[in-house]
Design a binder for this molecule. Structure first.
Ligand code: PSU
Ligand code: MN
Length: 305
């Protein structure tokens, strides 16, 4: 194992001392946002984690090494290089054995975080069950990974490029508690609402930390999905987003986009066509999630069940 993993010394030390660490994904850097906002946001997110008292560990595969904790120039490289793979679990053996560079999805970041001993992970949005999955069977490996790997995943809910209702059903089947922070409605990334109630609600990081302890100490392996609603002032009206999403789905169908290309295609289409508004919202919510994730990591080190 150790010859595959490269844990940054600062992260290694924090873990050895039982200090709070927050894992961060890198697909958002390489494939989720344009340069230079991607690099700037990744560095700001790390700063938010530090301000809240935890150590950030951005995770990516560089030259075939699974890096847990990146230096600034490595983040810069991921944000600019053109040949960075989007690495879900299925891609890991190839990218590692070919000594390539890869940005890690939620599924892969979770797995590497767990291997390193990191229990809290912050992202923007996870993958899920795609609209039309009853015929395409397009269900993200993020969901099956959450079913088995014991890491808390802080997100802004599920983006409505997905079928939110089916995604909630799948999460339930996989035994993944879905907890919305501070409200009853399950949020949909750009919006605080989704039309679905959240299965669970908790109002403090301490209560979420206790839920994590109870789950994992019972031997119930797997993730807890924590949905943190976007701050009101950054919300994008749902009808406006739905219009862009409908256009994006139509373009994807026309261009026969399939497999792992679907999600990046939809995200890129929406980002390019909705101009600055969705990007500003994306940046705001990931920083908002980073704060909650860091508070949760701190609470987890201090709280029993
Ligand atoms: N959804 C978002 N933003 C993202 C992703 C999904 O709102 O950046 C990225 C994440 O890295 C996620 C991946 O793990 O896409 C899911 O891809 P797929 O649907 O191919 O499993
Ligand atoms: Mn897919």
């Amino acid at each position: 194992m150790n010859s595959y993993l490269e844990i940054h010394p600062e992260v290694q030390q924090a873990l050895a001392e039982g200090k709070p660490v927050v894992a961060l994904e890198s697909t958002i850097i390489a494939h989720g946002m344009p340069y230079p906002q991607n690099v700037q946001t990744a560095l700001e997110v790390e700063a938010v984690v530090r301000e809240a008292g935890a150590i950030p560990a951005t995770i990516a595969i560089l030259n075939g090494k699974c890096c847990v904790g990146l230096a600034k120039q490595q983040i810069e490289h991921l944000g600019q290089a053109k040949n960075v793979w989007k690495v879900s679990l299925v891609d890991m053996p190839y990218v590692i054995s070919q000594r390539l560079d890869g940005a890690t999805t939620v599924a892969t970041t979770m797995r590497l975080a767990a291997m390193a001993g990191v229990r809290v992970f912050v992202t923007g949005g996870t993958g899920g069950v795609h609209r039309g999955a009853e015929t395409t069977m397009d269900i993200s490996a993020d969901l099956t990974e959450m079913g088995k790997t014991s890491v808390a995943v802080v997100s802004a809910g599920v983006k409505s490029i997905l079928d939110i209702g089916l995604t909630l059903e799948y999460l339930e089947t996989q035994g993944i508690p879905v907890v919305t922070f501070g409200q009853d409605a399950f949020p949909s990334f750009y919006s605080r609402q989704s039309g679905f109630a959240s299965p669970l609600r908790l109002d403090s990081a301490q209560e979420i930390a206790r839920l994590l302890r109870a789950k994992w100490e019972l031997g119930l392996d797997g993730a807890v999905l924590i949905a943190n609603p976007i701050p009101e002032k950054f919300e994008v009206p749902a009808p406006e987003m739905e219009w862009y999403i409908t256009q994006a789905l139509h373009a994807a169908a026309q261009q026969h986009i399939k497999g792992k290309a679907v999600t990046p295609f939809l995200l890129k289409y929406i980002a390019e066509h909705s101009h600055g508004e969705s990007l500003d919202a994306n940046i705001a919510l990931i920083k908002h999630n980073a704060r909650l994730g860091a508070e949760l990591a701190v609470a987890y080190t201090q709280t029993g069940y």
